[in-house]
Design a protein around this ligand. Sequence first.
Ligand code: 5RP
Length: 225
Amino acid sequence: MSQMTQDELKALVGQAALAYVVPGEIVGVGTGSTVNKFIDALAALKDHIPGAVSSSEASTARLQALGIPVFEANTVGELAVYIDGADEIDPAGHMVKGGGAALTREKIVAAQSRRFVCIADESKVVRTLGAFPLPVEVIPMAAARIARQFAALGGDARVRLKDGVPLVTDNGQHILDVTGLQISDPLAFESQVNQWPGVVTVGVFAHQKADVCLLGTPGGVKTLT
Ligand code: 5RP
């Protein structure tokens, strides 16, 4: 297994996550290249689940293309499990997410789910969150003020661009990517930033942390609980 590429490691954990899908139950589905592997694997189980609640337009399109029904979050109750990737994971299961700009819907579906199973290759594991630029979805008119609030914490916030203009999320908002932070108390940090007017969602998932992490390693899938 030592020759496995990052893509193959993602496929490995995407496949391993099928073991956490509960037959007969709607599954919560995240966003990103690792989740895409999970969605592709989930097609084999599509006759055993009613469908999925999706965290992005991109995942919805991929699920539907494979014949997996997608339900609106408001039309279903609590989900048994939510499967999603991460940009960083600390040893306690706190994560930074939002590299794919889907953090708000990801946090909503995670909050609706009894269990969060994080799937990632082992390069995502860190001792302290903050090396990956922290995504924060913001109301555009508040972006400059929120950037100054991050500057007061030692962070450098930049509006994420796509094709030279601010990226617009599935929710019609913008993303700030913040570098220079060391998030040593993720729970307190998430609570603090959530208080700032104009913040839609901060990409620290500490209150909705992972219950299980499936990490793709050259030696196989490592399970952290
Ligand atoms: C999207 C996310 C993704 O889960 C995160 O960016 C990891 O993506 P990938 O599996 O492509 O590395 O939070 O908003």
